[in-house]
Design a protein around this ligand. Sequence first.
Ligand code: SF4
Length: 282
Amino acid sequence: MVIKRRLLARSVLCFEVHITEHCNLNCSGCCHFSPLAQKSFLDVNSFTADCNRIARLSGGHLQYIQLLGGEPLLHPQLIEFMRAARSCFDDSTRILLVTNGILLSNQPDLFWKSCADYNIQIAISKYPIELDIGTISTKAKTYIVKCGYYNNLIIVDFDFSSTDLTVEKQNNMWHYPLDLKGQQNIAENFKYCGFANSCITLRDGRLYTCASAAHIKFFNDYFKTGLSVTEDDSIDIYKAKNAEEILNFLAAPIPFCRYCNVRGRTKGHKWNISRKDLAEWT
Ligand code: SF4
C-alpha cells in the first residue's frame, strides 16, 4: 500500500526547504548532512521567487511547506520566510517550522506573534535533550500557536505527565547507509525508500523527490567524495510546464537512488552528537 502510494503521483504538491544549512545540535548520521555543512543561510528573495513560481503552478494551494534545516531558528530573517511563504499560499496550506527546539524558549514575542499572524505551526523533533517545555508551552498557548512534538506531519501535544520527555527516543535513531560505489538497484531502492516522493525538497529553484539527493553536496564537500547529482535528479520549477509534470517526476526513481543502501537501513541506534565520521553515513 505504502509502496503503491510512493510510485503514484501525488494529487497536490508539497515541499520542505532548508532555510539554514548548519545546525546547533548536529545529530550523528543526520540524513540532511547538516553536521557537515558550513554556516549558510538561504536568501529570502530567492525563496520568495521560488514560492511565487510554485504558487503559480499549483494555484496557490499546497498540502504543506516545511521550513527546516539545519536549524531554522538560527536564521536571522526567519520571520521574513514565514511572511513570504504565507503571502504565496493561503491558509489551506499547512506551514510548519520544524526545529530541534533548543532556541525556542528564548524567542522574542515578535516571533510568537508572527507564527500566529502567518498561521505557522511549530513542530519539535524529539531528541534526548533538555528543553524548557514549560516556557515553550506557555508562549504557544498565549499566542494561540499550534506547537508540539513532531511525528511525520503530526504535531503531538506535550505530555507533562512524563517525568523524562527525552528517554523515549534515546535508542530510536535510524542509520541510513550510502553506497559510495553507487551499485544499488535504482528501481528497488525507490520502491522501498521511505523518503521517496515523501521528503520533497526545494533547493535552488529545483524540486527533488527526497532530501538526500538535494543535500548530498555537504557530504561530498566534507569527505571529498564524488556522489554524482545531475539535472536528471531534480526538476527545474521554472522550466516545468505545470504541476502535473512536477508531480509525475517526483513519483519516479532518480539516478541518485543508486547511492542509497535502502535494504541496509537500520533502526534502534542510540542518539549521539556527530563526530563527522564517514561511518555515520556508510
Ligand atoms: S535517492 Fe532514492 S533511494 Fe535515496 S533517499 Fe532519495 S528516493 Fe530514497
